[in-house]
Design a protein. Structure first.
Length: 114
């Protein structure tokens, strides 16, 4: 069996890795060991942040709905409960957008739950 020299693939792997870490801090962008660690950690942090973004946005939506609900004489939990009983199926994201952009429409939704 002939000997396989891996110089070309090794160089390609390094080149691709360094291309992915372009713009990182000095050392992490030009030293292979540090670049590999930084690249892997960046991937983990990106994954975690995508999950965190959803969590933070959900909390923000609840705060916006609660603020608009209190202006209309109710609170968040009672509003959500009343909407379920009245079979108004609006998710919290849409409800928060309506509360922020169209207060008159939100008032009509609150009135429909009473």
């Amino acid at each position: 069996m002939p000997r396989v020299k891996r110089g070309v693939m090794h160089a390609k792997t390094r080149r691709n890795l360094l291309a992915k870490v372009k713009g990182y801090k000095p050392g992490r962008r030009n030293k292979i060991k540090q670049a590999r660690v930084a690249f892997l950690k960046a991937g983990v942090n990106a994954y975690t942040s995508r999950k965190l973004k959803k969590r933070v946005n959900r909390g923000l939506q609840n705060i916006r709905i609660n603020a608009a609900a209190r202006e209309n004489g109710t609170i968040y939990s009672r509003l959500i409960d009343a909407m379920k009983k009245a079979n108004i199926e609006l998710d919290r994201k849409v409800l928060a957008q309506i509360a922020a952009a169209h207060p008159a429409v939100f008032s009509k939704i609150v009135a429909a739950t009473k």
